[in-house]
Design a protein around this ligand. Structure first.
Ligand SMILES: [Cu+2]
Length: 136
């Protein structure tokens, strides 16, 4: 009986969100920036508006600060996975699920403060979440 309980606990923890180290995130986001540049012909950091690349279950950058009213572009630079962005806690609907190479811009009409957002397909199992801080 005790053995069974231990197995169940193991199974449950195997299904929960993975822990990603800051080093892993940095490496993934470096690769995402390279892929963005290859696909769009200019650097992610040089875009006229803030760009969040979606890659390997990670929003890059994971944390971003913008002014209220700014436009943020979300782009999937992955190879075969779809991603979305979803400001669920702010009461927004989920965006479409973007294929590789696709994305959309969002005008940030959220109140000032820190907003956590999710990727619809990946927030639960892969902890694909991001933080957007909005300044007045
Ligand atoms: Cu995703």
């Amino acid at each position: 009986m005790r053995m069974l309980a231990a197995i169940i606990v193991l199974l449950i923890s195997a299904g929960s969100a993975r822990a990603v180290t800051p080093e892993e995130v940095a490496a993934i986001c470096e690769e995402a920036a390279r892929r963005y540049e290859e696909q769009f012909g200019s650097a992610q950091a040089a875009a006229p508006q803030a760009v969040v690349a979606m890659y390997k279950h990670t929003f890059c950058p994971r944390k971003l600060t913008v002014k209220q009213g700014a436009v943020v572009k979300f782009v999937n630079v992955d190879k075969r996975t779809t991603h979305s962005f979803w400001f669920r806690d702010a009461g927004k609907p989920e965006s479409e699920r973007f294929l590789p190479g696709e994305g959309a811009s969002m005008t940030i009409d959220l109140p000032p403060g820190e907003h956590t957002y999710l990727c619809g397909p990946h927030w639960e199992r892969e902890d694909m979440t991001g933080t957007l801080t909005v300044t007045p």
